[in-house]
Design a protein around this ligand. Structure first.
Ligand code: GLC
Ligand code: CA
Length: 614
């Protein structure tokens, strides 16, 4: 990464889109996802908790984190580890109390850190009072708060679901309720019945829950599975796709129950509610979408009136070091989202960690540095997942009997579940890595914690952790990185990804070698429309570049042992990497849906044939 101080004023480099009207805090923010069960245990039960998070705020501040997003900590039967909520206005006792939460908010504020809650609007727990009422009788006033239907005529329950829709977590999305003789719909586990968003009372009730947290002082929400809010009102069968999923179900096109236009009305009203609060509260969406065009709709396009930050998974889940694809996708996020702010995501609690998805097994540390450079030096808001900054590895269970995530039990061995990316945070080399003093922890620590942990990397200035910290610091302090523009350079180079962040005082040039070979690149200020002037290296993973003072003959060391390939376990990605950005969507690729995304194969639409699942 080199910095250029111009001797004359920089040439004008057009900004591709109109920029956003203001410069809110979240545009340049570093947002850090905490999976609360796994971050820090404070009471010795082997499960992380709120006071544990509070005790680690010094670390988060040291790293440069601006906001934490905490995965759900509401009361929950924990079937889906908190994503099955039974009370939206309280804290699960295993994580603490509302007082603990208020204390966290206050302490976080002192550390300059905002707190974002995870909000699950699509479904509740089947133990939520709303569902207990709804399922109690067909004429209960809350019956219509969920999606209840008769079975399909011609067969008998429980073998005649209303249609062929399958759950994200395997098998029919309809659960038969013998007490009232009808089926209810669940996009996820049967213990997570979908709310009926066509009933305005549902929206009112959910918005009240959201106000409860905004009133308490949370700075924003991460909205779980929002493209699943609405379903086809006629419940028409989904079109079949070839092959089967990890659970053995025939694959299908989810467009009958994912990403319906009706979702957007709710997003606009939620945005108005959010904007009625002071402090630039932010809405982040879990939006696994097939194309940049669909993603733009979740911002409200040029109206900018829906989510400020729907997640863009099209960059972070390319899953191979393909320069052309990265360049194209980053550019799409610059030119095709109506000037909205991109949010690239590489890691979260639902997917194998990027360390494993991109690593070649030998140079993972260098590759992780490359990914961090993309995350922190493009224009994207940066989202990271706990442990990413030290290169925590995915550690899936070895035996079915050890699996905690129910999809891993159901899908074993093809789908081992998400435990592997949820192992406890590695703080130091002591027992349980400083995560907990319990005799056993809810998931075992990854095997490498004695060498790979926060403390060890804090003490090593050359560590990945320090690389993250320096990039974060640069992002906060360098005006070029806070600017509005990014220009791709050397755009036909299939080996090295380069871009410029132009600035008034100086500009920043980023060059990343994606290959197994040493690459030498040169830039010509006139031809490449770069500002002329002094050049100096400000951050590099190759010491030979530390004193580089010219844009000609920059030699970048290799990052890989061999040509990159997608790592075995993760090649089941939902889209063809070769898809051109102009290709229409969602067909012919099946819509990637949350959570199982890396486990789905690229799939083409089959001849339409009705298929009923049982
Ligand atoms: C989202 C969450 C995932 C959860 C699912 C159902 O995809 O990230 O962890 O299982 O929604 O709530
Ligand atoms: Ca739904």
């Amino acid at each position: 990464m080199t910095q250029r101080t111009p001797s004359s004023s920089p040439p004008s480099i057009e900004s591709p889109q109109p920029s956003l009207p203001s410069n809110p805090w979240w545009r340049h923010a570093v947002i850090y996802e905490i999976y609360p069960r796994s971050f820090q245990d404070s009471n010795g039960d082997g499960i992380g908790d709120i006071n544990g998070i509070t005790s680690r705020l010094d670390y988060l501040q040291w790293l440069g984190v601006d906001a934490i997003w905490i995965s759900p900590i509401y009361p929950s039967p924990q079937v889906d580890f908190g994503y099955d909520i039974s009370d939206y206005q309280n804290i699960d006792p295993q994580y603490g109390t509302l007082e603990d939460f208020d204390h966290l908010l206050a302490e976080a504020k002192k550390h300059g850190i905002r707190v974002l809650m995870d909000m699950v609007m699509n479904h509740t727990s089947d133990q939520h009072p709303w569902f207990l009422e709804s399922s109690s009788s067909r004429d209960n006033p809350r019956r219509d708060w969920y999606i209840w239907r008769e079975g399909h005529p011609g067969a008998t329950p429980p073998y005649n679901p209303p249609n062929n829709w399958i759950s994200m977590f395997g098998h029919s999305a309809w659960q038969y309720d013998a007490r009232t003789g009808q089926y209810f719909y669940h996009r996820f586990y049967p213990q997570q019945p979908d709310l009926n968003w066509r009933n305005p009372q549902v929206e009112q009730a959910m918005f009240d829950c959201i106000r409860f947290w905004f009133d308490r002082g949370v700075a924003g929400l991460r909205l779980d599975a929002v493209p699943s809010l609405f379903e086809d009102p006629e419940l028409r069968d989904a079109d079949p796709l070839p092959g089967t999923n990890a659970y053995g179900d025939p694959r299908q096109d989810p467009s009958r129950y994912e990403n319906l236009p009706d979702d957007h009305g709710v997003m606009r009203r939620l945005r108005s509610l959010t904007d009625s609060y002071s402090g630039e509260r932010v809405l982040i969406g879990e939006t696994y979408l097939n194309s940049i065009r669909e993603l733009d709709q979740w911002y409200g396009g040029s109206h900018h009136n829906e989510l400020q930050l729907p997640m863009d998974i099209q960059v972070g889940f390319i899953n191979k070091l393909d320069v052309n694809l990265f360049r194209r996708r980053i550019l799409e996020a610059e030119t095709r989202i109506d000037g909205n702010q991109p949010l690239f995501v590489f890691d979260n609690h639902d997917h194998p960690r990027s360390w494993n998805r991109y690593g070649d097994g030998t140079h993972n540390d260098l590759i992780a540095r490359l990914i961090a450079a993309i995350l922190f030096t493009t224009r994207s808001t940066a989202l990271l997942y706990y442990g990413q900054e030290i290169g925590m590895t995915t550690t899936p269970p070895k035996r079915k009997e050890d699996v905690k995530d129910p999809i891993g039990i159901k899908g074993w061995p093809r789908e081992k579940g998400r435990d592997g990316e949820r192992t406890p945070m590695q703080w130091n080399s002591s027992a349980n890595s400083g995560f907990s003093n319990a005799s056993s922890t809810w998931l075992p620590l990854a095997a490498d914690y004695e060498e790979k942990n926060i403390l060890a990397q804090q003490n090593d200035p050359g560590s990945l952790l320090h690389w993250y910290r320096r990039l974060i610091d640069l992002r906060k302090t360098d005006p070029a990185l806070r600017g509005n523009e990014i220009t791709m350079l050397d755009v036909t180079n299939p080996f090295v990804l380069s871009w410029l962040r132009p600035g008034k005082e100086h500009s920043l040039l980023v060059a990343l070698n994606f290959t197994a070979q040493t690459q030498t690149i040169s830039f010509d200020p006139a031809k490449d429309r770069l500002p002329s002037g002094q050049v100096k290296t400000i951050l590099t993973s190759a010491s030979s570049l530390e004193h580089q003072s010219s844009l000609a003959g920059i030699t970048l060391l290799r990052h890989l042992d061999r040509e990159p390939t997608i790592r075995r376990r993760y090649e089941h990605f939902a889209r063809s990497p070769e898809r051109s950005s102009d290709e229409a969507d969602p067909s012919p690729f099946c819509l990637p849906a949350p959570s199982l995304l890396p486990f789905r194969r690229a799939c083409r639409r089959a001849a339409i044939r009705s298929l009923r699942c049982r």
